[in-house]
Ligand binder design. Sequence first.
Ligand code: TXA
Ligand code: MG
Length: 319
Amino acid sequence: MMFGSNTLGNGWVVPADDAAITAATQLLMAGQIVAIPTETVYGLAADAQNVDAVARIYAAKGRPDFNPLIVHVRDQKAAEKLGVFNATAQALAEAFWPGPLTLVLPLQPDAPIARAVTAGLPTIAIRCPAHPVMQALLLKSGLSLAAPSANPSGSISTTRADHVLKGLGGAVPMILDGGSCSAGLESTIVAVREDGWQILRPGPVTSEDIENVIGYAPLAATNGFIEAPGQMASHYAPSKPVRLNVIASEPDVYLIGFGAIAGDDNLSATGDLAQAAAHLFEALHTADASAAVAIAVAPIPHEGIGIAINDRLARAAVR
Ligand code: TXA
Ligand code: MG
């Protein structure tokens, strides 16, 4: 396969085979950004230590510079160079890595990362991803990779390479196509404190999953202070108005169903919440591209991963 002909700056979707992973590794090592599949959503990756590479992420997404990035690492040993692990962090990493859990930990004083990655915070968000393509990139490059979700800032996250192309195609030299993301929702973000833990963003690893490992409940939520700066009220926003908890279709409204509420599309006809999570962003992209003037979504049970689905839907509905 030839990789020389692509002009940097023009999105190029390539199946994530060995040759493409090698080419992507070279781009990352040269300070370029590459869109990559993970088990949660597609990410926009760059060398976390390279100031210019990290700046390219913010520019491509149009992301405000106060919103810090998650750093992806090969394993816990690599994570310990970046963040300070206490016993709670240790237990969570052992239980859920590699996988869809991000730990917010005190930043190591000498952590080898560009300052823009943490947006000046005294903490750092770290994740060890399970996806084989992401693991291969981390291993081959030897880098820690800063990677936000691969979508223009504030718009719907992506679980398919063609959705990345549509949103960021003009701003990314290469998009590695690893098929659909299996979890379909961004990682759970947990802040680990001296005296406990707190969920900053619900995700595929549920609060109960974590409580089962740690043995005690999360600390009460911090009032009014947006600790995960990316958790703004409006996020994941399609271009059309979104209404929630809708049980019947209406003309000109695209209904995303669940269970017995069929709709124009159905997140899971059998009422399976994991399947619904995996299909959510794809359904929102399809609804947004349809001829309908508005999007409606059937009620989703508020339990397990349904809590993360409802979190994303609530933000999609704020305009
Ligand atoms: O599943 C995921 O987490 C995906 C894939 C690509 O790994 N990444 C992702 O990144 O969702 P992003 O940038 O879309 O969301 C990261 C969130 C933002 O809300 C950001 O504010 C928060 O993590 N965050 C990053 N560093 C933080 C820190 N030190 N303290 C609190 N929140 C932080
Ligand atoms: Mg995001």
